[in-house]
Design a protein around this ligand. Sequence first.
Ligand SMILES: NC(=O)c1ccc[n+]([C@@H]2O[C@H](COP(=O)([O-])OP(=O)(O)OC[C@H]3O[C@@H](n4cnc5c(N)ncnc54)[C@H](OP(=O)(O)O)[C@@H]3O)[C@@H](O)[C@H]2O)c1
Length: 443
Amino acid sequence: MPQQMTARLPSIRLTSSLYQVQVQGIGLGLELCGFAPLYARHGTSGSDSDTPAPTPNTRQEKPNRTSLRMITQWGNRFAPSQMSPPTLLPTHQDAIVADQSGNLAISTTVPLPEIRSDEILIKTTAVAINPSDVKLTGQMAAPAAIAGSDCAGIVVAVGEIAQERFKVGDRVCAPTVPMDPLNPLSGAFAEYVPLVADFALKVPKTLPLEHAAALGTGVATIGYALFRSLCIPGHPEKKAMEPATVLVWGGSSATGTMAIQLIRRSGCIPITACSPKNFALVKSRGAEKAFDYHDSECAAQIKAYTGNALDFALDCVCDAQSMQACYAAIGRAGGSYTTLEPYHQKLHTRKRIRPDWILGIALFGREIGWKDPYHVEADAELRDFGRRWFQCVQSLLDRGEIQPHPVRIGNEVGFEGVMKGITLMKQKTVSGEKLVYRLKDTR
Ligand SMILES: NC(=O)c1ccc[n+]([C@@H]2O[C@H](COP(=O)([O-])OP(=O)(O)OC[C@H]3O[C@@H](n4cnc5c(N)ncnc54)[C@H](OP(=O)(O)O)[C@@H]3O)[C@@H](O)[C@H]2O)c1
């Protein structure tokens, strides 16, 4: 490797070997075409303290066609024909990535992701925090991969197939696959995020992007859970002829309020367990009845309320106690139980109950390289189900028939704020709201 090239490489403290190859490729390509890569913009982990921060002008400079061609040649799939009008994109960005120990840190030297022809690239406006941001750390993290599952922003580049639905400037939100060793740049906690067009939602003008950021994971997960795992009667496009009662354990969670709405929209009857302080929230989303899960008689009360005939339980809390409570609430004839995390087989105590657990993001139909039991195999049929489900959600959103979870927008903007949000999530202090953070240059 030429000496000059070595000196120009950004810090590789947070990188895997794959990541280094991408950084080197892009760096060399840009050196040949005379377009300076962006280096550390502020002093956080992974930054190169010897390299000066670029002036704001550096970021707004227009690239010429040669620059774009060189980027393409060196592995970046932005072809000039896919960018109309031509948009300046930096070569590197800030993002939250895992270090070699699996801890999350802000890096200022993460390469811009490539997009496939069925993808769009957004400039991120806001991101939402999920429990998975805490869970996908340590042993479950992929070093140098970007964290974050939910984002909203403005489209800056569109792949050829994705042009059927999207154009530069559209406001969108979507779920993403975080911390994936197979797609390390696909996470949401980045300035630029690649989104699969089939799983991106156009955000109506009346809905602020900060609120829309709370939608993606919820709609993917609950669509899968209700209509492919539990298979409740009815669907938002065709209401149930005979409404079934569906228990949502943890109705005040982000997944819970999404489930309550979609059960209602399908013509069924949602009931739920949450804290009394959130009874008004769950009822505003359509719950017929809310029970206090702190009451040791909660499951028995649900059983009595449903006449010992409850068929469906969706567990949005996903621990041993919530599974036991759902099993106790399901009626005499048994039924279906779906949870959002793997469950212990020993907790499957009733033969007449069919247990299942699902990963919402598996709807993308792509292989996800998470460690077992979370590893996901590619599945074309599931992708087709997911694509149709997101079309349905887009219609609901356009008609104002689906609401994001209530959001609490962090006072601190930028990735420092996001890191604080992850800490709050770790402390399990979140109740009846979704933590959302704006990125720094969007106010
Ligand atoms: N498989 C997937 O694809 C997928 C996707 C998303 C989430 N998840 C998982 O699903 C779970 C929920 O995620 P989320 O984002 O919806 O969570 P969240 O919004 O952060 O959950 C917070 C809520 O949990 C409720 N809660 C806590 N303990 C409870 C209990 N014992 N009984 C009833 N409610 C309880 C709290 O209710 P109160 O404040 O009312 O007490 C609080 O409102 C997490 O384990 C997450 O990892 C899985």
